[in-house]
Design a protein. Structure first.
Length: 419
């Protein structure tokens, strides 16, 4: 922590603080371990109540234990992948905890995210089954996921311990409007040693892009709040689904690789692959939270995305009701959380997000030009109509397959499969 932040923190510690709220929010946002480490350094006057200090230490130790178990599983997996001749890139949690935060207990994670090449998927799946992993219960069908998603979820139960694994072959699904070149991404990957085993890691530019995509996918209204002037009011509201640790991840990666990030290449690739909107949104909010982390010239080159009428209308609806107070606000919030958000999550691991479906069917003209590699403006309209019709047919097909799998599960007997 910089000297001015240490001083500000020490002043805050002398005020009346609701430590039960602090502990709850810190745990919810995945930063309890970071909070413990930094407060331990600055609390020279022992201003933190003993009970709060004890609970923070418990949270830190709990993270250390869970991460230790996950790193043990990661080491076993990497060894098995190496024997099978399968290349692996370790994503997010484990990589960030060990090589970015350096103290592996500072960054909690609940599962292992591994990226493989799609041609190795069947071999990897067989290897995981032999290692005791099974596909997550309740999955519609692995073939359905392979066709329409970008990862498969696995689970290994070993006594009381459970290991959750997300096996990726891409970093984003087709509904996000990205056209990532995975071959180039693999070519840019660099070697890394995690849990005492050799693996690969994303390049700094790809890592920033990946974390920005993840934040943009989960913070589904982030694009709409930028430029309003009241961003801090909404950015961590429970309905936003943002978590502080996701912003901290990007901040720490930029700080770790500050002199090694090729920002020009990142900007150029983001524009080519359609990830510029996600990167611009996430980095703009990062600057709002932590100051000028990313040069404004870079953000200007990325250019913030235009938001759809659906997202803008949804945000206006949210903010209108946020201004209410008392019983009416609580009733509305409870209804929204139990109905709208659960509905959005319910279509099998965010396969089709509610607010993104319209944008998937009716994307920007730039997306269509990039998808079909169109240079002439005169033919864009034709290909746009072609794309919309194909997207509608695709969504109908997915809906029929979802109904098919649920009917099959419900009835427990064969059901005519949609063609």
């Amino acid at each position: 922590m910089e000297a001015d932040l240490v001083h500000q923190t020490q002043e805050l510690l002398q005020t009346s603080l609701r430590w039960s709220n602090i502990l709850q929010v810190a745990s919810q946002h995945g930063v309890a371990s970071l909070l413990y480490k930094n407060l331990k350094k600055v609390d020279a006057g022992r201003a933190i109540p003993d009970e709060a200090s004890r609970k923070l230490l418990q949270l830190y130790n709990r993270t250390a234990l869970l991460n230790h178990l996950l790193f043990k599983s990661l080491g076993e997996l990497l060894e098995s992948f190496t024997r099978a001749g399968i290349k692996v890139i370790v994503l997010k949690g484990p990589y960030l905890a060990q090589l970015i935060y350096t103290d592996f207990a500072s960054r909690p994670f609940r599962d292992l995210d591994l990226l493989i090449q799609k041609e190795d998927l069947e071999k990897a799946r067989q290897m995981l089954v032999e290692a005791g992993y099974t596909l997550m219960p309740g999955l519609l069908a692995d073939g359905f996921f392979q066709q329409h998603h970008f990862s498969l979820p696995f689970l290994k139960e070993d006594g009381v311990a459970k290991t959750y694994l997300e096996l990726h072959w891409n970093l984003a699904d087709q509904f996000m409007g990205c056209t990532l070149d995975m071959e180039d991404l693999w070519a840019r990957a660099h070697p890394a040693v995690l849990s005492d085993h050799h693996a690969s890691a994303l390049s700094p530019e790809d890592l920033i892009t990946h974390l920005s995509l993840h934040l943009d996918m989960h913070g589904y209204l982030n694009r709409v709040i930028i430029g309003r002037g009241d961003e801090p009011r909404f950015i961590f509201n429970p309905l936003s689904e943002n978590r502080l640790i996701w912003f901290t991840d990007i901040l720490e990666v930029i700080d770790r690789y500050r002199s090694g990030v090729d920002w020009a290449a990142l900007v150029e690739r983001s524009k080519q692959t359609g990830t510029a909107g996600s990167v611009a949104t996430s980095l703009t909010l990062l600057n709002l939270l932590f100051g000028p982390v990313v040069d404004r010239k870079i953000l200007k080159e990325l250019d913030l995305p235009r938001t759809s009428l659906v997202r803008r209308s949804l945000l206006r609806w949210f903010l209108t009701d946020f201004e209410k107070s008392g019983e009416h606000y609580s009733m509305f919030l409870s209804f929204l959380q139990s109905k709208l958000l659960e509905t959005r999550k319910g279509v099998q691991f965010r396969l089709i997000r509610l607010v993104s479906l319209w944008e998937y069917i009716f994307p920007s003209y730039d997306f269509v030009k990039r998808r079909y590699n169109i240079a002439s403006k005169g033919t864009v309209g034709f290909f746009y109509v072609l794309y919309v019709l194909a997207a509608i047919a695709h969504c109908v097909s997915i809906s029929l397959h979802i109904v098919y799998y649920f009917l099959k599960k419900k009835l427990g007997k064969p059901v005519p499969r949609p063609s």
